[in-house]
Ligand binder design. Sequence first.
Ligand SMILES: [Zn+2]
Length: 457
Amino acid sequence: MESKKQDEDVEEPLLTNTGSSSSHKPSLIQSLISAMSLITAITFAVLFFSLPSPTKSTTRPLRKLPHPVVILISSDGFRFGYQFKTLTPNIHRLINNGTEAQTGLIPVFPTLTFPNHYSIVTGLYPPHHGIINNFFTDPITGDKFTMASHESKWWLGQPLWETLANHGLTAATYFWPGSEVKKGLWTCPEQFCKHYNGSVDFEDRVDSVLEYFDLPLHDIPVFMTLYFEDPDHQGHRVGPDDDEVTDAVSRIDSVIGRLINGLEQKGFFEDVTIIMVGDHGMVGTCDQKLVFLDDLAPWVKIQQSWVHSYTPLLAIWPTGNYSSRDVAVKMNQGLSSGQVENGNKLKVFLKEDLPWRLHYADSDRIPPIIGLVHEGYKVEMSRTGKKECGGAHGYDNAYFSMRTIFIGHGPQFARGKKIPSFENVEIYNLITSILNIKGAPNNGSDAFPKSVLLPNA
Ligand SMILES: [Zn+2]
């Protein structure tokens, strides 16, 4: 309605003028009026197009739920672009009626599963939330972190489920790295915190989340997570371009469809906020794209015990009388000598000299020497002659292949809106904004949610 009125405001002066001068040669005054009308019209037009669109929507009211509810879904290794591999009608329903990062969601470095999932729920870069790799060693105690470590000493920062518990609100986690860890008021309650078991069918995971909507309205958790291991799994085995990955994407689309249909049947679909993300992308790797540390022996002999992780994140911690700086310098001398196969595809840094944009220095847990290997290349100690092609991630997050998806659908997301790519540390603030609670300090920006979410009605 408002839009029509604006249109009339723009058109009226022109119409009046045309009518008055239709049968006469225009006089000077008429020409002047005509020119002035034109200027007025242009002014209106400029104002009209520069003002916020009059049809701009606002937050849509909840019909049934007493409070906003967010379901955060992760599809592991869902590289940006996979949504076009095949028909994905359900994912596209969310895209078309929601807000999408037009060129994908940017993961944190290293572009690995645990560091990224935990950045998404804490808003922190890995050095600040402590999960600096999928596995690492505590330099002081020598204790080893693995993906099955649930002791709270490893998991720093404040994940969303803990933030909610602090506000007296209920969260429900159906798998998410860190969710089983007792932190603050979050105790991983039996009813709302599933212990990781990769053999549970995706459909069963969705059905369990749907069951939460059968609870009395005020008991429905305000935040839920859902995690699917695919298509990461297939991407590693056969690389991102294999039809196995296409099938896995199709399957993810169908479980998203199951969630949408279930919510629709229960009358909650338009009330619930669905945020679908991945943790990172995937790139093809093959046996001819290798760099061997043994080839650096003429410059420096890298000992196996120094290497905390090989690839794609090369992390080296020299021991004994070796200084990290000397080792890094000698490694780079070898790599740039032209005498090491694929040497120009790897560069090592003291962690404090890494590009600042990677945010990967400020933790004792990070080994002193970090190697950045080119996209698709792998680092190994020595030649084994093993023939293999597959996929990997963990590379510099500047590579487009490491990007994943972001889709937001729900009452506070505009329909059909595209937003620029952003880093996943922004998601924590986005979710606390939707839930209208104050979150813990983090690396996301306070302005981000406002730039993405609809204004209140
Ligand atoms: Zn993976």
